[in-house]
Design a protein around this ligand. Structure first.
Ligand code: CTP
Length: 401
């Protein structure tokens, strides 16, 4: 979260049920070393109290434009100038409408009007309200004006309906804020990322799999998108949320992933293979569930295609980055893998340790390229992904591929 360090974030909270999640967002923003000041609308104060946000942000929380106490401490104009970015989360349909029309009928709307800082909205509303023509037109106008939209996500809603209109989770909002402060060094670049495990079916109910969660690959896809790239994510079965503004294609087996990658690889400039691809698949897939009629069962396995090696071997292929999951002699194995597959860069991580690697939320990487390398020490996967994508961007530009 280096990019957020020391930044002044003005968080506007408006009156939706998702307001309770904004308390967690403030906590995470503080953890990322930002200064946060929270402004509540009157409706928001019906859902969460100013005191909650005061305790979490360390600053008083004004709710009223005509509050002499708050104005004498830091007035609305000063708050508008203080902010490096304004995020309204949740942003209700009503607030979105007020902002579209430039109203200044409360403290938050007035600050938005008086500030030149980037403004981001995290909409949260019933899906019918989101689809309403009035909201569609408001969103369109705000986007045209350069207002950033974080979400909304799709899914079950507090009102019992299902569809778009859910506020993004606090960690996703944090990532979007990081993106807001990231220079678009990959603008105009097409990136393809593979992520997650591949599953190799044995019969209709059983498969061979591995412990990859997909977290690292999804974080890399999100980081590349945040750096301005157009990103396609080819994902094995993973429960990770699809990164914002990333095209996601779901596959199951290594053969399917190979086919999907090879179909699209000619459109990409950078290929990042973060998937944990099964090296072998059952020679035969039983059409029916295998019964336990035998005392021993032999499973014959055949080699899967090596996706990364095949992409690296293409004439005029993209800039290729591989991962190397190793349990021992990490550096040696990774360097040998990079050379054997012909990749431009390889990121090695030790797997099999608790807390890091496949299933954990953190990772550390040893990165190698022809004639050099560097270490990215243990950090959250989104932060490691951001640093890795920055390195990839530098090397991609140097090689002029
Ligand atoms: N990879 C791939 N297709 C495969 C196997 C691996 O694209 N069939 C890619 C992975 O996505 C990763 C890199 O190759 O970027 C290295 O994967 P890894 O599992 O560490 O190594 P393997 O090549 O499978 O070799 P080994 O299992 O012998 O360590």
């Amino acid at each position: 979260m280096e990019r957020l360090k020391g930044k002044h974030i003005l968080l506007g909270v408006t009156g939706g049920i998702a307001a309770y999640k904004s308390a967690e967002l403030v906590r995470q923003l503080r953890q990322a070393d930002t200064e946060v000041r929270v402004v509540l609308t009157r409706a928001a104060a019906q859902f969460v109290t100013p005191l909650t946000f005061q305790a979490l942000s360390g600053y008083p929380v004004p709710t009223d434009l005509f509050d002499p106490g708050a104005e004498s401490a830091m007035g609305h104009i000063e708050l508008a100038r203080w902010a490096d970015a304004i995020l309204i989360a949740p942003a209700t349909a009503h607030t979105i409408a007020r902002l579209t029309h430039g109203l200044a009928d409360d403290l938050l709307a007035t600050i938005c009007l008086a500030s030149s800082a980037p403004l981001a909205l995290a909409p949260a509303m019933n899906q019918q309200m989101w689809f309403n023509q009035a909201t569609r037109a408001n969103i369109h106008q705000l986007k045209e004006r350069g207002v950033h939209l974080f979400g909304p996500a799709e899914g079950d809603q507090a009102c019992g309906e299902n569809g778009p209109g859910r506020m993004l989770e606090p960690e996703q909002l944090l990532q979007q804020l990081v993106a807001l402060f990231t220079p678009p060094f990959l603008a105009g670049v097409q990136v393809m990322v593979t992520a997650g495990p591949t599953l190799e079916d044995i019969d209709p109910v059983r498969y061979l799999g591995n412990r990859s969660s997909g977290k690292m690959g999804y974080a890399v896809a999100a980081a590349a998108q945040q750096a301005g790239a157009e990103v396609v994510l080819i994902s094995g079965v993973s429960s990770q949320p699809r990164p914002e503004r990333v095209k996601c294609i779901n596959v199951r087996s290594a053969v399917e992933m190979h086919e999907t990658v090879m179909q699209r690889v000619h459109q990409c400039d950078i290929f990042i293979a973060a998937a944990a691809v099964a090296d072998y698949r059952p020679q035969q897939q039983s059409k029916q569930k295998i019964k336990k009629d035998y005392s021993h069962l032999k499973l014959e396995l055949v080699r899967n295609p090596d996706i990364l090696a095949d992409v690296c071997a293409l004439a005029d292929g993209p800039f290729c980055v591989g991962f190397a999951a190793e349990t021992e002699r990490v550096v040696e194995h990774a360097q040998a893998k990079r050379v054997a597959k012909g990749a431009d860069m390889i990121a090695a991580n030790r797997v099999g340790l608790p807390g890091s690697g496949f299933e954990g939320d953190e990772n550390a990487l040893e990165i190698f390229w022809p004639g050099g390398g560097t270490t990215l020490p243990l950090n959250s996967k989104p932060e490691i992904a951001r640093q890795l994508v920055e390195l990839i961007g530098q090397h991609y530009k140097q090689t002029g591929k």
